[in-house]
Design a protein around this ligand. Sequence first.
Ligand code: FEO
Length: 402
Amino acid sequence: MLQQIQITDSIYYVGVNDRIKDLFESLWTLPYGVSYNSYLIVDEKVALMDSVDLCYSERFLRQIDGILQGRPVDYLIVDHMEPDHSGSIGMLKRRYPNIRIVGNKKTFAMMSSYYSTIDDNLIEVSEGDTLSLGRHELTFVMAPMVHWPEVMFTYDKTDKVLFSADAFGTFGTLDGNVLDTKLDTKHYFEEMERYYSCIVGKYGKFVQKTLEKVKSMNLEIKAICPLHGPVWTDEAARAIAIYDKLSRYEAEKGAVVLYGSMYGNTAALADTIARGIGSKGIKHVVTYDVSRGNPSLIIRDVFKYRAVVVGSPTYSNGVFQPMANVLELLRVREIPDRLFSVFGSCSWAGQAVKKMTPFAEEMKWELVGEPLEQKGSPDDADLERAYALGMQIGDRLNELYR
Ligand code: FEO
C-alpha cells in the first residue's frame, strides 16, 4: 500500500522527485535535484492541482490512484502550463476521460499550441472566479508573468491553502517529507535564491504586483503549496520575504568579480581588484572565472550583491565569448541599480573593455572608476591601478551602506 502524504485532512501531496535531470530548462544545474509538485483535493468532487513532468507520469498516476481507489478526478486545475507541470495532462485525459480542465484564456491558448488534441471539457475562469468542490471552495487569482503569462494562483478558502504555481518554489527534491516543519529547510532557502534569480528573475515587477495583490486580498493563509520544493507553513513568511526582496532587486553590500582569462593576465587583475575591494572592509567579494563558473551561481550573486565587476581579454577583436554570454544572461534579467566596473587585457589592440563599458549605460548602472585595460601581462603599475580600482569600488559600497 502506497503511503500517502497529507497537507490537510483532504489535501494530498502527489508530486514526484527528479534526480535524473542534470540541467533544468537545459540551463541550470540541479545539485539537489528538483521536485514537481502536484496536490489532490478530495471532496464531493476531486480536484488535481497541476500535473508533473511527462517522464514521471506513471509514478504520478499511481499515487493518485492509490488515494482515490477507483474514484475519478473531476477537475484538473492548471495554474501553470510550463511542461514541467503540464507534461502529464495528456496521460490524465486518457486515464480520466471525463476530467474537466480549469484554466484561464491564456492557459487554453497555450494548451492548444502545446497539446492540440486537448480541446474539450475546458472550464475557462477569470480573476476572482470560484469553483466549489463541495466543502472546498476555490478562488482563482491571476498572476501573469510569475513566471509565464498564463500563471494563476488558486486559493482554497476552506483549508486556507494558497496554491502558488512557481512562486515560492525552489530547487531540491523533497526527501523524506514535504512540509517545511518536517524538513531541514536550510538548503531549500539557499536554492530558492538561485531558483528565483534564474527562473523568475526577469519578471520582478510582475512578482511585486502579484505579491501586492495577494496582500491586499487579506487572505488567511495556513499553507503555501508551490509547484517546486517544500510546502510552506511555519516558514511561509520567510519564503515570501525572500521573493519580495529578490523581486525588488534589493542588493546587499558586496561585489561579484567576473573575469575570463586565457593566460592568467585578466585573472591577475581580477584577484587584485578583489583584494582592493576587500581592503575597504567589504566581506562579501565573490570572484568567478566565467569559463568555469556556474552561470546560475553568477546570476544568483548578481541579484544578491550591489557591485558587478567584469573583466575580459580581447578575443577576435571583441569580448571573450564566455563573458559575452554572462553579460547577456544579466542583460535579459533587467536587474536595476548596480555598480559596474570594467577591466581587461589585450595583446595588441584592446577592444573588450571598450565594448563592455556601454553595458553600464544600457543597464542604467553606475560606472565606478575608469575602465582599466593593459597589454600583455600586468606590471606593477597595472596591478596598482587594479588595486586602486578595487578600493574605489569598496569606497562606493561603504558610502551606499553606511
Ligand atoms: Fe516550474 Fe515555470 O515552471
